[in-house]
Design a protein around this ligand. Structure first.
Ligand code: UD1
Ligand code: UDP
Length: 375
């Protein structure tokens, strides 16, 4: 495909949050194509997530097209999973010869996509660039760092993410284009949250009442793969669940670890459910008394939906939610978690200040910038 015919864009996804992010941008490319038909988007799914409730349910609900290439990589150690992705992505790139490849976030699919692409001297566009937790023990931190340094177009969600890149010498210059566009997950929540409120029947299905339950999510490797920490977090959730129901849609990683450590029978006050679809998740988040999570995306969604959030970590890359006072880092110790949650009401005033995560049009901005450079 020559430039005169338009832009050939390959989008690489593989894990749950990437389906949600890519759906927002793909909606914008489709809108653009209705008028100008200049983007040919090819969707590559690495296969990192594959259970129906971690994968297909998002394609169905968010109207994502069937992937043009499914690489079927599945689970494995970091090296094995990333290595298999590298090899299979390279083959697709050699065949398709795109003008640009877009990757999202900070998973192994992100890094493999960026590395395979950059080595073929094809420009990489990174959505959610510049995020840093400054905790190098997290696999995600390595993935983000390396991906940013391999990228030509860096789409940043916030001012802080731009500053983080500047500190590492990555700035708007020849060879790298750094732009604050806002957060594509914010675009997504604006589009879907009312729909979720109307369509989702999850509260009735699981027998809970609006504003009378806590919602928790837990999947970060540093929490789930450390038995002491996992037990401690579950103990805290169980304690909170004594008085008010606490719902935990269980990530398969966490489920596996709970089984491995025989923890299932021990925490009877936690309502464990299967992972839920995006609309069901938005409904659960919106109507919760508060959210406890170690997820990156869920921290932001709590902020946007104005639901108090407690983050089960010692640091976060989404520092704006903490600085505003809306999100609180509570770590993984039982006492601290329970104490903070019990003090929810006293402390809360929703922050003023608009536009921290953009104006809800990050996806459209990304498309415009891509067209300017490759269209
Ligand atoms: C990955 C990302 C993490 C992201 C998360 C989103 C990396 C290093 N981590 O973590 O940044 O926040 O996705 O949810 O890329 N499994 C299944 N079925 C599935 C998928 C996974 O059973 O469909 C199980 C397997 O036992 C697997 C484990 O979960 O070994 C972990 O999966 P993996 O994709 O390696 O990492 P996540 O924990 O999902
Ligand atoms: N999510 C979902 N169902 C669930 C848990 C999460 O749809 O059971 C959504 C959530 O609303 C957010 C995204 O998945 O949009 C976050 O993904 P996850 O927590 O898996 O990864 P992270 O954001 O930490 O990388």
């Amino acid at each position: 495909m020559s430039r005169a015919e338009g832009m050939k864009l390959i989008t690489i996804v593989g894990a749950r949050p990437q389906f949600i992010k890519a759906a927002a941008v793909m909606r914008a490319t489709q809108e653009f194509n209705k008028k100008e038909k200049r983007i040919r988007e090819i969707l590559v799914h690495t296969g990192q997530h594959y259970d129906y409730l971690m994968d297909k349910v998002f394609f169905e609900e968010l109207d994502l097209p069937k992937p043009d290439y499914h690489l079927g990589v599945g689970s494995g150690s970091h090296a094995r999973q990333t290595g298999m992705m590298l090899e299979r992505i390279e083959a697709v790139l050699q065949k398709e010869k795109p003008h640009v490849v877009m990757v999202y976030g900070d998973t192994n699919s992100t890094l493999a996509g960026a590395l395979a692409t950059a080595k073929l001297n094809i420009p990489v566009a990174h959505v959610e660039a510049g995020l840093r937790s400054y905790n190098r023990n997290m696999p995600e931190e390595m993935n983000r760092l390396l991906t940013d340094h391999l990228s030509s177009l860096l789409f940043c969600p916030t001012d802080q993410s731009i500053r983080n890149l500047l500190k590492e010498g990555i700035k708007d210059r020849e060879g790298a284009v750094v732009k604050k566009v806002g957060d594509v997950m914010y675009d997504s929540i604006l589009y879907y949250s009312r729909l979720a409120e109307k369509r989702s029947t999850i509260l009735q299905e699981i027998g809970i009442f609006a504003h009378n339950y806590y919602l928790a999510t837990l999947h970060r490797a540093e929490n789930t793969d450390n038995p002491k920490r996992l037990r401690s977090i579950l103990k805290a959730l169980n304690e909170i669940g004594r008085n008010t129901p606490i719902v935990l849609p269980l990530h398969p990683r966490t489920k596996k670890m709970i089984e491995t450590y025989h923890l299932f029978p021990k925490f009877k006050n936690i309502k464990l459910i299967e992972p839920v679809s995006y609309l069901n998740m938005l409904k659960l988040e919106k109507n919760a008394t508060a959210i406890l999570t170690d997820s990156g995306g869920v921290q932001k969604e709590a902020y946007w939906l104005k639901v108090p959030c407690f983050t089960l970590r010692e640091e976060t890359e989404w520092v704006e939610t903490i600085k505003s006072g809306w999100n609180v880092l509570v770590g993984t110790g039982v006492e601290r978690i329970v104490k903070e949650v019990n003090h929810t009401e006293r402390r809360r005033r929703y922050p003023k200040g608009k536009g921290v995560f953009g104006d809800g049009e990050a996806s459209q901005k990304i498309v415009q910038i891509l067209i300017r450079h490759f269209g």
